[in-house]
Write a protein that binds this ligand. Sequence first.
Ligand code: UDX
Ligand code: UDX
Ligand code: ADP
Length: 472
Amino acid sequence: MKHTIKTITCIGAGYVGGPTMAVIAQKCPEIKVNVVDINPQRIAEWNDTDLDKLPIYEPGLKEVVKEARGRNLFFSTEVEACIREAEMIFISVNTPTKTYGVGKGMAADLKYVELSARQIARIAPEGKIVVEKSTLPVRTAQSIKTILEAEGNGNKFQVLSNPEFLAEGTAITDLHNPDRILIGGDQDEDGLAAIQALVDIYAHWVPREQIITTRLWSSELSKLTANAFLAQRISSINAISALCERTGADVDEIAHAIGADTRIGPKFLRSSVGFGGSCFQKDILNLVYLCRHFNLPEVADYWEGVVKMNDYQKHRFAKQIIDSLFNTVSGKKIAFLGWAFKKDTNDTRESAAIYVAKELLDDLAEIHIYDPKVKKEQIFRDLEYVYSQDPTQSFDPSVLQSLITIHEEPYQALENAHAIAILTEWDEFKTYDWQKIHTRMLKPAFVFDGRNILDASEMKKTGFEYRGIGKG
Ligand code: UDX
Ligand code: UDX
Ligand code: ADP
């Protein structure tokens, strides 16, 4: 059976659903694309006439929304009506790591996915193609299918897995020029027809040979595997950075030298204070949980090492700050440049900055934070969350208020600081007047460059006690 897709609805207007649907709408003007969310504020922001008020910051996103919104791209809270209207429904809701019960701290929390599937099953007037877009553990599609079949009033649904590989900060270019599109589905006649319907959508702008189709489970597991491999590269180079610091080698020289081997390749070898973001840790923990579930403890331990190394890297960075400042940061002003988990995004999920801040706060540091895109309320929410996850500490919000200051402007944050810690690689940090900053800091003026963005020899010449990552 050949499908004709006239309307698509995406449930979840977040970092994945929003930009992805905006690009589909841009590239497929004849298809109506609805993006729905239960959060009315988020939808209002997506609909704001002031495009600087979109709920997420991504270079190039404004332009795409401007082109498509109101033409064939619509944001609304009308979840049910939009489910009824569409032939194809994407599920792009959040799937955080479970914070309770079985699999706490490891398994993905599928409650939002399950709720969406039940809602589709209950109200869809006929069978639809349901596409899972969120990162999900292998065999989630089967759970979605089971729910749709059990609750779906006899309607026949097709479930596809279409993992998203975009990286935040480059979402729009990644969507416009993806390395590949991956679509998994059942291999029977109906399954293949559903796969074809989604292939036809992407084929509007992606060359056909870059659209890979697989079985359902292979597609689901590919997403977890891709993120596990990427994160593993970072943990691997970060492990070497620790050895470099002890032995006098330079991790960037090593990354360059090994990256020239085409079997290794040069990308994704930037040593840093640690990876963050909503995907890497969550997906690896998910993989670890799956392996334990299927009684593969050696495989589980292998991948868990990637997360442990990342925790170690964040801890090592915080400890280096405390050690260098004569074993205490109590009452000292530490300036943070950057809070987002990487540059060009306002997303802070799992950002290394949060964990470094927590360790310094435990030592009673006074932290002054500047990030060009992250809002003040978000920083406090992140810190409150990290305290809530620490069972050894009772949390007093007034302490946080007294130890944390958030700045709208960088130079004030840096004034009279004992040390500066660079947590995000925002380009603007490189353009600052570091000479001027040096004169306004307490001496010795420490800079801990968690992203290796500044020139070490220049910084030392200016008089800084400069410490990069993996610079012996
Ligand atoms: C990642 C995957 O790249 C993407 O394919 C998937 O769809 C979602 O997860 P994202 O988390 O948005 O994307 O950003 P990414 O560029 O992968 O960076 C993740 C973290 O790793 C960031 O904290 C980044 O600073 C860090 N990183 C990345 C490094 O420390 N070194 C590197 O060389 C690359
Ligand atoms: C290796 C390095 O490749 C080379 O750069 C270095 O100078 C010496 O060590 P070598 O051991 O000769 O070279 O062969 P290589 O092709 O790397 O294979 C090593 C082992 O890995 C072999 O047993 C090979 O069968 C295995 N292998 C390699 C796999 O199992 N899978 C692969 O994808 C690649
Ligand atoms: P991601 O990075 O995966 O896109 P986000 O948290 O940015 O995650 O976005 C997920 C969005 O899904 C949120 O805006 C949330 O309000 C929305 N959402 C969650 N559950 C539902 C639901 N049942 N119906 C509609 N929207 C939902």
